[in-house]
Design a protein around this ligand. Sequence first.
Ligand SMILES: [Zn+2]
Length: 344
Amino acid sequence: MRLSCPVCDNSAGLEAASDVRDMTVRGESYKVKVEYHRCPKCGEEFVDSSQHDPFKEAYELYRSQHSMLRPEEIRAFRRRYQLTQAELASILGLGGATLSRYETGKLQDETHDTLLRLAMTPANLHDLIAASDALPAARREHLLAAVEQDCDCVSPMERYFRLGVARQEPDEFTGFRRFATDRFVNAILLFAQDGVLKTKLNKLLFYADFLHFRDFAVSITGARYARIPFGPAPEDYDLFFALLVKQQSLTVEEVQFIGFAGGPDVTGERYIAATPSNHSIFSEAELETLLFVKRYFRDYGAHRISECSHEEEGYVRTGPGEWISYEHTSSLRLGRTVPQGQSQ
Ligand SMILES: [Zn+2]
């Protein structure tokens, strides 16, 4: 486009000139070389901002003076972790346009600069992505994997939960639901609210999932349950409990059972929820099932609920170590009336 004077619209004989001027950025003065044009017709001096933006240069000086991030650094950081502008903006709680302007030279707010710097630490970025519910689950996993290459912020155990178990396809062994870590964890916290023995906890989870499947044709957590000698137990339950203890969501105490009838003393683990269960992730019907199972077995000890579970069709008809199909629910003795028209 042909350059013309903004005052008189003259485009003939414009003279290019430059000199050093003081420019003020956030109350501080910076000397910047300004290139401008002079109109021979009216005498106006003007800057062609499409070619040269003296403010950009003043901002650069300001950033350097205040050790703030440069636009190239922000862009390089974002690209390193394969984030789009919209994604990084949403993870940080910034507007998409704001981040875009920072990457193209606008001077960032002090607080946004601090925020971006914090996010540039892989462990922090990892937590921010993990906590972001604006991202679709599959995309979040992909981004987390990219960050994890740069940090040891995730234990192999946690990675396994997120990437290994969560990708299992729904089928008759998951109760036709994709395994959902947050559902499983919050069911555990609900049952462990007042303390629960590990063996009993495993049975409570089994009964809640299977009962819900019987009445609504879908499980609550999507967990698979294996037939083990003490009854049905959810897949990798020991790892989950250990992770929750490590995260301080559960506390654990060892309890002693004095041997009776000459038998040996037995120790067991008792879990107590250290954080409240988030009920809001369950539907009304799911929550009702969980509370029903908890109430039903309230006075059952670990031994009694184990015996009870040993008589269930799913347990009887499944080989040792095998997954129990959710289709086996005909023997569940937990009678209850499901309100008509209630959805899953
Ligand atoms: Zn002019």
